[in-house]
Each structure stands twice: as structure tokens, then as C-alpha cells.
Ligand binder design. Structure first.
Ligand SMILES: [Zn+2]
Ligand SMILES: [Zn+2]
Length: 429
């Protein structure tokens, strides 16, 4: 994505395209520097509050959607699978075809009496019945018989018989002679006989049913996003048209990437900041991690049983997303620190490694323009060093290292005192 400032016509790319301001007076997008210097932060009409970084709000909406997507996907998968389980027509065993996903009804035929059971497990929430990881049996519907395996089961409804090994829970088992319903994939063995990989097994086709809370969850998650996207679309379209009209026919000014800082100054290193190159790599890596995460979530959901495995998948998915979102925020908003500063006879110099930051920030403040440097204490979380210019413009000095801040203050004090003495000497004479 690229966006041109309508005043200086500088082209901003990537994350910086999201950082432009919408000027409600001029009705076009401007960069931060033009917003401050040429739009006077709202043309003196107190319009500052009316204008906001709408494009970055759009970026935020994209991120929220991206975060919500796997969650909605998980719940939707759960809901649609159970819905399908309830609604799918029953396929006669004799008509099962390789590769098919089918629902089958029949009677379990086996030499052993218990064909599928489980064991009691002590969890933080008390004792629970945990179905076995696998099991196998034949199912016949009179006209045909198919061999079923439980090694990929996703959900199992309570069986018809109490489990003999259930003491603390009401665990159940499936036995030979039980009438069952099952949905699953039809595969084949090496010798060509069909195998039925059961996904859901239950004595009743109506159970398990999708709980209404799942639907409510999707509605709650996806519901607000739809009007937000509609609103964003309308918002964006109207402004994009006006902005395009303002910059139409004017060639964009490209950001100069390969600039060098003045070698005649003695530069002092400042706080570490992320470079454009690093930013690009980090972005690519984060997008890759995110894609892998979505894939992993889908894969895990498809492979494992529903009840036991969804919670860890939620943790993996949510934890992974946090791991991605936090660095994304850092990449988007954490790049604006000067890499080095220098003092000269003329004033205070700042160097930004990032060419976009060089465009957006002043790289030089004359000594004569510094009205005061002071510590501001505006509440618990608003303590910061502040530089006020004679023009009234201000600068937050938190972007300087403590050492450079001390040096700047000392240097500025020395010069103003020197000037005062010089002035006094002139008066005395
Ligand atoms: Zn501009
Ligand atoms: Zn303006």
C-alpha cells in the first residue's frame, strides 16, 4: 500500500501509509509534518479533535479481523460439523465409496463384548470420563458390513451401557449388538477393502447437537465486524475520491533511501530503533508465522478429538496471535527514534536511520529557537521531558537516551547563560 501526502506529495509506503492524517478542512490526507506545519494542526479552528488518523484506525480493524478470524473459524467448524452430523442423510453401507464423507447407521458386530470405552482421569476440575484414543469394530446395516476405526474420532456421544471401570464418573461404553450412528471418511486398505474413519459416534443421530452458545459466540465475534467494515468502506471510499482529486496529475515524491548524515558533526549514539530493512524482514517473518498459525489451528482442529483438544488449540492459537500482534504493533509504531544526535554551534541535530522518519521529523533545532527544556508532570503516567520552541511548537524528549538528554540540557544551559553574560557585559559597557 502506498499513499501520497496531498501537501508535500511525499509517497509513504507500507506501515507509514497508515500514518497519514485526514484534514477535515482541506479534505485530503496529509503527513504528520504537513499536518503540524502547514495545516497548523487543524487550521487554528480547534479542529484538531475532528481529524484523526483514520487510516491507522483502518489498519487496526484489519488486525482485529485477522485476530478474530481463526476463532470464528474454529467455532464455525464446530458448529457446521455438528449441524452436518444432525442433518446428513444415512448412506447404506453397501453404497459407501472411497473418499466419501458419509453418515452410516447400523449394529456393532464384534467378538469382544466392549468395543469402545475409556477411563477415568483426574483433572483440575475433578474426575472426567476420557474416551480411548482408538478402537475398532465392524458395523452392519443388514445389506452390508464395513470395518470402522476410532483412531481419528472427533466427538463421541454417551454409550448405552455404564462402563464397568467407571467409579467416580458416569462413564459409558459401546458394546457388540449396539445400534449406532456414525459420520466419517471412507478410506481403503492396501488390499482394497474399505475402512471407515469415524469422526462422530453416537447411539442417536440427534446427539451431540450444536449448542446455541456456539452460534451466539460467532454472532458476537463476527457481528460487530460486519457493520464496522461497511462503515470503513464508506469512510474510506468517500475520502479516497476527494484525496485522489487533490493529488491527481502531481508526480509523487519518492523517499530518499540512501542519505548520509553530516560527517563533519560528532554524532552521539542514541536509543536503538528498528530500521526499514529490519522492519521489512520482521513483517515478512510475522506474516509467515501468522499464516503457519492459522494453518496449524485448522490442522489440529481437523485431526483431533473435539472435547479434549479444543482448549489447548485455543491456547496455542491465542498465545501465538499475541506473539504476532505485539511485534506487529512494535513494527508499526516503534520505529521513530533518532539513531544519533549531535551538537554544533548552530544547534541540535537529530539523525533518523529510517528515511520516513527523516521526512516526518525535524532533524535540526537551532539553539535560538529553544525557549525551554523542562520536566512535565501531568499525572501518574504522564511524566516526560519536553522541549518548547519560541514558535510555540513542542517536542517530546522521551526519544532521547538519558545521557543525551542530560547533554542537551547542559549544552543549552551553557549557551543561554553564556548569552546572558554576554548581554550583561554589553549593558555594563
Ligand atoms: Zn506532507
Ligand atoms: Zn489542512
Amino acid at each position: 500500500m502506498a499513499q501520497v501526502c496531498a501537501r508535500c506529495h511525499t509517497e509513504f509506503r507500507g506501515a507509514y501509509a497508515f500514518g497519514l492524517y485526514w484534514c477535515t478542512v482541506d479534505r485530503f490526507f496529509v503527513c504528520r509534518r504537513c499536518w503540524e506545519e502547514r495545516c497548523g494542526e487543524g487550521h487554528g479552528s480547534g479542529a484538531k479533535n475532528l481529524s484523526f488518523r483514520g487510516i491507522s484506525a483502518l489498519g487496526f480493524l484489519v488486525m482485529v479481523t485477522v485476530v478474530a478470524a481463526p476463532w470464528a473459524g474454529m467455532v464455525a467448524y464446530d458448529y457446521s460439523t455438528l449441524k452436518e452430523w444432525n442433518a446428513a442423510p444415512i448412506v447404506p453401507v453397501g453404497e459407501l465409496r472411497l473418499g466419501q464423507i458419509a453418515k452410516v447407521a447400523g449394529v456393532i458386530v464384534s467378538n469382544s463384548s466392549i468395543v469402545f470405552g475409556g477411563r477415568e482421569v483426574d483433572t483440575d476440575g475433578g474426575w472426567v470420563w476420557s474416551w480411548d484414543a482408538t478402537g475398532s469394530f465392524a458395523v452392519t446395516d443388514g445389506a452390508g458390513t464395513v470395518f470402522a476405526t476410532m483412531e481419528r474420532w472427533w466427538e463421541v456421544g454417551p454409550g448405552l451401557h455404564p462402563a464397568p471401570n467407571a467409579v467416580r464418573t458416569s462413564g459409558t461404553v459401546y458394546m457388540s449388538g449396539d445400534r449406532v450412528y456414525m459420520i466419517g471418511n471412507v478410506a481403503s486398505r492396501a488390499d482394497g477393502t474399505l475402512v471407515f474413519f469415524v469422526r462422530i459416534l453416537s447411539p442417536s443421530p440427534a446427539d451431540p447437537a450444536p449448542p446455541p452458545i456456539l452460534l451466539a459466540f460467532i454472532a458476537l465475534l463476527v457481528g460487530p465486524l460486519i457493520p464496522l467494515w461497511l462503515w470503513a468502506g464508506v469512510w474510506w471510499h468517500g475520502r479516497a475520491v476527494l484525496h485522489r482529486r487533490a493529488v491527481n496529475g502531481i508526480p509523487p515524491v519518492r523517499i530518499l533511501e540512501g542519505a548520509y548524515r553530516d560527517p563533519s558533526l560528532s554524532w552521539r549514539p542514541n536509543r536503538k530503533s528498528i530500521s526499514v530493512r529490519q522492519r521489512r524482514y520482521v513483517t515478512i517473518v510475522l506474516v509467515a508465522i501468522f499464516a503457519a498459525l492459522v494453518y496449524l489451528t485448522t490442522f489440529l482442529l481437523n485431526l483431533h478429538e473435539r472435547s479434549d483438544e479444543v482448549a489447548p488449540i485455543l491456547v496455542i492459537s491465542f498465545g501465538g496471535l499475541m506473539l504476532v500482534v505485539l511485534p506487529v504493533l512494535w513494527v508499526l509504531y516503534g520505529g521513530g527514534l533518532p539513531a544519533a544526535v549531535a551538537f554544533s554551534e548552530r544547534g541540535f541535530h537529530l539523525w533518523y536511520d529510517n528515511p520516513y522518519e527523516r521526512q516526518l521529523n525535524d532533524d535540526f533545532i537551532p539553539w535560538a529557537q529553544i525557549a525551554k527544556i523542562e520536566f512535565r508532570d501531568a499525572g501518574r503516567y504522564e511524566k516526560y521531558w519536553y522541549l518548547e520552541r519560541t514558535t510555540g511548537e513542542g517536542e517530546d524528549l522521551d526519544k532521547l537516551s538519558a545521557e543525551n538528554l542530560r547533554a542537551l540540557t547542559a549544552e543549552w544551559k551553557r549557551r543561554t547563560e553564556h548569552d546572558l553574560q554576554g548581554g550583561q557585559a554589553a549593558v555594563d559597557a
